[in-house]
Design a protein around this ligand. Sequence first.
Ligand SMILES: Cc1cc2nc3c(=O)[nH]c(=O)nc-3n(C[C@H](O)[C@H](O)[C@H](O)COP(=O)(O)OP(=O)(O)OC[C@H]3O[C@@H](n4cnc5c(N)ncnc54)[C@H](O)[C@@H]3O)c2cc1C
Length: 459
Amino acid sequence: MTQTDTLTATAARHANGHAPGISRTGNRLFFYTLFYFALAASVELWWLNTPAGSVDTPAAALIAAGRVTGMVGGFVLIVQTLMMSRAAWLEAWVGAHELLIWHRALGGTVVVVVLAHAALIVVGYAGAEHASLAHETWTMLTTYRDMVSAFVATGVLVALGLLAIRTIRRRMRYEVWYYLHLSAYLALLLGYGHQFTDGADLQSGFARWYWISLYAFALACLVWGRVVEPLWLNLRHRLHVIEVVPEGAGMMSIYIGGRRLDRLDAEAGQYFRWRFLMRGGWWQAHPFSLSAAPNADWLRITVKVVGDHTSDLQHVRPGVRVFAEGPSGAFTAGHRLRHGALLIAGGSGIAPIRALLDDLPADTVLLFRARSEAELTFRAELDELAVARGIQVWYVLGSRDDPAPRRAFSPRGLRELVPDVRRRDVYMCGPDGLISTSRRALRRLRVPGRQIHLDPFEF
Ligand SMILES: Cc1cc2nc3c(=O)[nH]c(=O)nc-3n(C[C@H](O)[C@H](O)[C@H](O)COP(=O)(O)OP(=O)(O)OC[C@H]3O[C@@H](n4cnc5c(N)ncnc54)[C@H](O)[C@@H]3O)c2cc1C
């Protein structure tokens, strides 16, 4: 595969008039409203099941608070499952990164709320029955039907909460952390029976059916997003490696072929989780963004060697079968709010940014930050695009402390390079330092947050 092939594909895309429109929907707002509405409806089940004046003692108040936190904890756990279902419609609707932010924030909440639920119920009933906490705990464990599994589920959630702490997580291999994290489904399973057999508010009628429907919906999305969609995609397209092309600076592009790629429903800027079915590779799926807009003949990803797996990918042979899950992500031209765009890339972050250039209008501006010329992956391709499509490409070179790059990413520097920056959507992908400096400058320039799109290369 040569640079001419990639540029020909880009030219063909534009000749066919492919240009995603501007997003005008209020998807996220609708999702948030739906979340809080369903949360309120879940707490309402407790309210409807509680006779007026029945919360009349401190013990009754504690038990009531325990029931409410139980409903909130159960609901959030269902939402967590839904958000990580990878259902394509949900990721396209809300954005995979946004879902991840919610998942992280709610992960802490669910642990705290479930622990509060357990503590409030034990203390509340101990108070009502004038028993010691140890005696009440023992009574609950031995007389309530699904209480033991509920306690184990709580333990699993707490362990997962600890694993999510950044310093602990950073010390583990990603795969170890990921497979341990899957035990969240065990917590979901173990806690299910307890909610119906021991939960006073879900015993019968509408409440029971409402709760079962929430579970059924989340599980259906999970099976759909994690099993049905990937199987369908891979049976249909039968992906395989065509070629590996070194790009310099520890990067390489992998071209992937398959059947009926013209029907692959993916956009420039999105990523797949790729599983290369070779020795030592089949059991791990790694996310890589498309580095060119998809076309009928091939897909391209561009990978930086940073560890074991990416190192092995340098030696992947043509013909190796690939199992892909996706596409995911809302880092696409179709999600922008303005016509014009500014792209900021650094390091391997150039991969999705290069693909986006295939879908954005000709007056797009690209700032590509690198330490030296040698790190400018796709340099020739970008120069060609600049000439062919009139895209403005600025290479900002130098080490972190050099005055030129510091100035370029200051509010003043950005305004000089892109005077109409406030009227553009800004897409950023690169090292943390570059992203945070650029974000600070954009905030100072009053670029609305809604117009800023990030593709952080980490989960
Ligand atoms: C949405 C997304 C898109 C990405 N797109 C690109 C791209 O286009 N080009 C590119 O070079 N890199 C991309 N990455 C980063 C890439 O996935 C990691 O560099 C790669 O998985 C590292 O694997 P390793 O075994 O070689 O390195 P390791 O040394 O094992 O891992 C290095 C770091 O990569 C992350 N990582 C490792 N394995 C996984 C995994 N299975 N899933 C998710 N994260 C993992 C962890 O944060 C880890 O600390 C992307 C990451 C994400 C989240």
